[in-house]
Ligand binder design. Structure first.
Ligand SMILES: [Fe+2]
Ligand SMILES: [Fe+2]
Length: 325
């Protein structure tokens, strides 16, 4: 069978469970949290004093921290890129099968959309951000798209999304932890509820991969290996500011995240290790030679990455982001 036909068959088979996936991994809209649950209510008489309070608390947040929060927000706000990418994956069809995988993609997007919305409004109210510069970066990032090396392959895409949801869970969890340390409880709550969403989403994408491993272990193993060989790039790797070359702002953002410990090379390795464990890579049956080789490569990868990580130094130079005045 041609590769893309096999992918299509597998997606159809796993996709029979879409309703179960939506019920299990996403929350009913009626009872789900909304951004306004965590922000001052502008219809309320106390609105201005609540904003003043929020701004007073935001003064304590360090420069790198604000920079990372802005980068996280822009990453979330580039959601149109992610939705349009997933809708184009083999086996996702919003016209002929709108209630199959397309339903998952829409419902997932609908939950994700709250993240950028909430963070953006918080930053706007905080008084710490040059919103025009931040918005310009967002527009650039959506216009620039991304290059994640998955093609239209569902297997590679689900490896990518499993990895990415775990990465965003870690980074939002860490910004929550830090804001608590800075005495900013409302912001800790904001980052915390977003992190919890990301964890549910991670569980969903990991489950999709587990199902694929059951029916096409070789194909899934080779796709996983291919993604790890290419390295998982961040969805905002093209991030730039006005007047800055494409991707250049991303490396400053990533350095700030490393310095703060919000998302580091060690987190990358930990995610890799957790995926090996969750997908029980060491005990997958029915592999051919190529599959066995791919497994060996990946089982040895975390140790190799750790040796590399020990040698890499994080620049301690603080960069002046145009986002922060
Ligand atoms: Fe998100
Ligand atoms: Fe996410």
């Amino acid at each position: 069978m041609e590769l893309s036909n096999l992918r299509l068959e597998v997606m159809k088979f796993v996709g029979q469970k879409i309703d179960t996936f939506v019920d299990e991994f996403l929350r009913p809209i009626e009872t789900n949290w909304q951004p306004s649950d965590f922000l001052p209510d502008s219809t309320n008489d106390n609105f201005l004093s609540e904003v003043r309070n929020l701004q007073e608390n935001a003064k304590e947040l360090p420069y790198d921290y604000i920079a990372v929060l802005i980068g996280d927000t822009i990453t979330e706000e580039a959601l149109p890129t992610y939705e349009s990418w997933l809708i184009d994956v083999i086996g996702v069809d919003q016209v002929d099968e709108p209630n199959g995988w397309a339903k998952w993609v829409r419902a997932w997007t609908a939950e994700e959309n709250r993240h950028g919305d909430l963070l953006n409004k918080f930053l706007y109210l905080s008084g710490r951000v040059n919103m025009r510069q931040m918005e310009t970066s967002t527009q650039y990032l959506i216009a620039d798209g991304f290059d994640i090396g998955t093609g239209r392959d569902p297997y590679r895409n689900f490896v990518y999304t499993s990895f990415q949801e775990l990465a965003t869970n870690i980074s939002h969890r860490n910004t929550a932890k830090l804001s608590k340390e800075y005495g900013n409880v409302p912001l800790a709550k904001i980052c915390g509820v977003i992190a919890a969403d990301e964890m549910r989403h991670a569980r969903a994408y990991k489950t999709f991969v587990s199902h694929i491993f059951e029916v096409d272990p070789n194909g899934m193993m080779l796709a996983f290996e291919d993604m790890m060989k290419k390295k998982i790039v961040m969805p905002a790797h093209f991030l730039r500011e006005s007047g800055v070359k494409i991707g250049q702002t991303f490396s400053h953002f990533s350095d700030a995240a490393q310095r703060l410990g919000v998302y580091t090379t060690y987190d990358y390795i930990e995610i890799m290790e957790s995926l090996l464990k969750d997908w029980k890579i060491d005990s997958i049956q029915n592999l051919n030679d190529a599959g066995e080789k791919a497994r060996d490569y990946m089982m040895a990868l975390p140790a190799r990455l750790k040796r590399v990580a020990e040698r890499t130094k994080i620049p301690d130079l603080e960069y002046q982001f145009s986002w922060i005045s």
